[in-house]
Design a protein around this ligand. Structure first.
Ligand SMILES: Nc1nc2c(ncn2[C@@H]2O[C@H](COP(=O)(O)OP(=O)(O)OP(=O)(O)O)[C@@H](O)[C@H]2O)c(=O)[nH]1
Ligand SMILES: [Mg+2]
Length: 295
């Protein structure tokens, strides 16, 4: 008798900074989606494919829900995250240990409307010193919705990943695999490069500046053992341009170095990376630009 296989789409949703991208990467065992300590790092819905013996999960990492930000880009990010709910078989809601907020309430209200099985994970349990503190937290979240399952995890420390994978596989429908087993994600190289450079900029810049940046790849060229590529870091104001470049170009240089190291690991080749900083006034409110983030 043939083995029954399961396959389906799982949206990873949650408020900003709860650890969705870290979880996505941990489940896939790869650093595909940039994860940083700043909220609203993720802008696109990013799909990664996890193929196991009898189960294939197509995981969708989504932008974090953040309320109270009136800029157009924030509307697009929220709409990206919520639209993913309509397109998946299972919703994986990520909450943070001991910190349920009105943004979690808002998201749960949206999730309730789509009528899909919902698995809840409580992330960052490594921060908990006293394990008994978990019980009241579990009781509290249990009363909020009939989740299919509630699993405490630490995405950063790979805790309970196998349990979570098993639960997700039990929730997706019986189906043949939708992707070849050797495919891990559906983005092209230019996207990977632009995200790695943006990730390096976010980690090296302070305050609000990371949100003012988007990256664009120019002249990507693959040779036998060399990748050469140019990346423009767009900012909103001249003053921001100076900060990103830094004293005598020092900041841009260290952003470039961090990104190049990561790119060389990803591609397994030498990388020649050129970077520029340019200004596009108020791009976060410009329809033609932020609509690029709609996948
Ligand atoms: N202590 C601890 N920190 C974690 C854990 N998971 C994620 N983090 C940290 O939380 C921060 C946010 O992680 P991300 O994965 O970027 O969060 P996100 O939900 O994707 O954020 P947005 O894309 O901005 O919505 C990073 O500094 C992570 O290292 C965890 O299990 N434990
Ligand atoms: Mg993210």
């Amino acid at each position: 008798m043939a083995i029954k296989t399961h396959c389906g789409f799982v949206a990873i949703v949650g408020r900003a900074n709860v650890g969705k991208s870290t979880l996505f990467n941990a489940l896939l065992d790869k650093q595909l989606s940039i994860a940083t300590h700043k909220p609203q790092t993720t802008r696109h819905n990013i799909r990664g494919i996890l193929s196991l013996d009898a189960c294939q999960l197509i995981l969708v990492d989504t932008p974090g829900i953040q309320l109270g930000n009136k800029r157009l880009i924030n509307k697009v990010l929220i709409s990206n995250a919520l639209s993913s709910l309509q397109e998946v078989d299972v919703v994986l809601m990520v909450a943070e240990m001991g910190r349920w907020s009105n943004e979690d309430d808002y998201l749960l209200k949206q999730i309730k409307q789509v009528n899909r099985p919902v698995v809840l994970v409580i992330n960052k349990i490594d921060r908990m010193k006293d394990k008994s503190a978990l019980f009241p937290i579990l009781e509290d979240v249990k009363s909020r919705y009939e989740f299919e399952d509630i699993i405490p995890i630490s995405a950063l420390h790979d805790k309970n990943m196998n349990t979570l994978t098993k639960v997700l596989c039990s929730q997706v429908p019986e189906s043949v695999f939708l992707f070849p087993e050797d495919v891990t994600w559906d983005r092209d190289d230019a996207f990977v490069i632009s995200e790695i450079v943006r990730g390096a900029a976010i980690t090296q810049l302070h305050k609000e500046l990371p949100y003012a940046i988007y990256t664009e790849v120019e002249n990507l060229n693959f040779e036998e053992d060399l990748v050469s590529v140019g990346v423009v870091l767009w900012v909103e104001k001249d003053s921001q341009k100076g900060i990103v470049i830094g004293k005598k170009g020092s900041k841009l240089k260290s952003i470039g170095e961090q990104a190049r190291n990561r790119l060389e690991r990803v591609f397994g080749k030498k990388v020649m990376l050129k970077t520029w900083v340019k200004v596009k006034q108020n791009w976060q409110d410009q329809q033609d630009i932020v609509s690029q983030f709609k996948e």
